[in-house]
Ligand binder design. Structure first.
Ligand SMILES: [Zn+2]
Length: 512
């Protein structure tokens, strides 16, 4: 008996020593660029937070765990005491010109380290994206950028334009440009079926393009044909048809003038049953109840290009006035339309109508016109949108840009934390972080980003979630967010409390 006790005891010591030895040999040695220490890590997967240090070497996360300062040499130490360390945020649907506005400080200051451009059917119009990508590589980017290929752009490049049906040759040309663009690094197709010329496309064309996307491992990001409450099921079903060939994604999921939690649940259940049937369908949502787009959104298709608006004004005036009156009233009335550019910037349609002493439908026809400006439209319902945001396969986007007159381009990601996590508590912090990091990375097919993980690219944030503040408002939309203390992109500190960084460390990321 004694012998066996002794044996067990020795065995325990032996394994104890072995464990200690392993732990010891695991602790890193050598030189690194950045150490983030004393912080709490939220890794982006939705798992519970844990404490640990992060070591970065070049552009990569080299180690996560306990770091013995005596054993490493580091160029830069970030003390993250009382703060969290998360992956940089990934914006699944963004806008902006990577040549004219390459700094993208609006995105960086709300914690975004990668944005997805080429949305809503419109992308850089060239059959060969490579020279454009190379030009952007050389001028640099404030955040990482990826692109989709726009369906309307394909229609333009192939000469299909406003035709309902492309010729066989035009369809083949769209497929070929899409295939080549994806080979050169685009992540898939974006559609904007609510906008012309994409609007004219029928199912056959969309499925032919979806096949190319699926064959090349991409995804279809869709601004659906119609987001109105009485049309959205049809729009979702139209997208799901393409889902037989490729993963499909609803961009800026919303229900225009729909209301209530139940309505959101009904729509989410359509997506759930599609998933049970084997389709890969996801969505993104931005946290505001006003949309933003060209004023053309309220005009009927028969009054927009390629139809001649001047002629329509002369020949179908009464019909057009009637259409606009009803459409605006359905979209919560003229108070709910706020102009974002041009001479009427900052005024609602009611205010413009009052100041000109003209009925609002006449203002739209005679003063503004279908191409006469853009605006914010207060057409969404907070309760409904919150249920959409909470769904486990819905990620966050901004749908914003550096220049757009809407707060979402400067506030979205900060607002998710400030409002949904801190104030209303409708999202857990770890869940909110997942929706802004690993979930969009997985949806888009972006490799090695969106997680705090050894071997991943070092796109990281250090911040105190209670100090996050979105400052952008509808009146003053171009206000940077506060609270993201450190923003690290590709292993470089690009925002820090100690210094103003003007170098651009973002990359044009090509699909592998
Ligand atoms: Zn859109």
């Amino acid at each position: 008996m004694k012998y066996s006790h002794f044996f067990k005891y020795s065995l325990a010591i032996f394994f104890g020593l072995l464990l200690y030895a392993c732990k010891d040999s695991d602790s890193p040695t050598g030189s690194f660029d950045i150490l983030i220490t004393n912080g709490t890590i939220i890794d982006g997967t939705g798992s519970k937070e844990f404490s640990g240090d992060v070591l970065i070497r070049a552009d990569t996360i080299a180690f996560i765990g306990d770091v013995d300062l005596k054993k490493v040499e580091v160029d830069h130490i970030i003390n993250a005491k009382g703060k969290i360390i998360t992956p940089g945020f990934i914006d699944a649907h963004a806008h902006g010109d990577p040549v004219a506005n390459a700094d993208f400080q609006n995105f960086r200051d709300m914690g975004v380290t990668t944005i997805a451009l080429g949305q809503d059917g419109f992308s850089y119009a060239s059959e060969n994206l490579s020279p454009w990508m190379t030009q952007i590589d050389s001028t640099g980017l404030g955040v990482n950028v990826i692109t989709f290929v726009g369906h309307s752009t394909l229609r333009e490049l192939s000469g299909t334009n406003y035709s309902v049906q492309p010729t066989e040759e035009q369809l083949a040309s769209m497929q070929e440009i899409l295939r080549q663009s994806m080979k050169r690094g685009a992540f898939g197709l974006s559609t904007g079926l609510e906008y012309t010329p994409g609007y004219y496309a029928e199912a056959e064309e969309m499925e032919a393009l979806a096949k190319v996307v699926g064959d090349n491992g991409g995804i279809i990001m869709s601004h659906m044909r119609n987001e109105d409450d009485d049309q959205i099921e049809n729009s979702i079903n139209e997208l799901l048809l393409q889902g037989s060939y490729a993963p499909v994604h609803i961009s800026h999921f919303k229900v225009v003038y729909g209301k209530g939690q139940e309505r959101a649940k009904q729509l989410l259940s359509i997506l759930d049953s599609a998933r049970r049937a084997g389709l890969n369908v996801t969505a993104d949502v931005y946290p505001y109840t006003a949309s933003y787009t060209g004023i053309g959104i309220v005009f009927p298709d028969w009054a927009k290009a390629p139809n001649d608006f001047g002629k329509i004004k002369a020949t179908r005036r009464e019909e057009l006035e009637d259409f606009l009156r009803k459409r605006i009233m359905k979209r919560n009335g003229p108070d709910a339309t706020l102009f974002g550019d041009g001479a009427w910037r900052g005024m609602t349609l009611t205010q413009v109508s009052d100041s000109l002493k003209m009925p609002f439908e006449k203002v739209l026809i005679d003063v503004i016109g279908p191409e006469g400006g853009s605006g914010a439209y207060f057409v969404m319902n907070e309760e409904l949108q919150t249920v959409l945001i909470q769904d486990s396969l819905v990620c966050v986007s901004s749908d914003g840009s550096p220049t757009m007159h809407h707060p979402r381009g400067y506030g979205s990601f900060a607002k998710i934390i400030r409002l949904y996590v801190n104030e209303t508590k409708s999202l857990e912090l770890t869940d909110a972080i997942r929706k802004m990091t690993s979930l969009p990375a997985t949806i888009i097919g972006l490799k090695k980003r969106g997680e705090v993980k050894v071997g991943s690219k070092a796109d990281l944030l250090v911040f105190d979630p209670l100090k996050i503040k979105d400052n952008a408002t509808y009146e003053e939309p171009h206000q940077y967010a506060d609270g993201f203390e450190y923003v690290i992109i590709n292993g470089h500190i690009t925002k820090s409390p100690d210094a103003i960084v003007t170098e651009r460390y973002g990359l044009f990321i090509r699909k592998e």
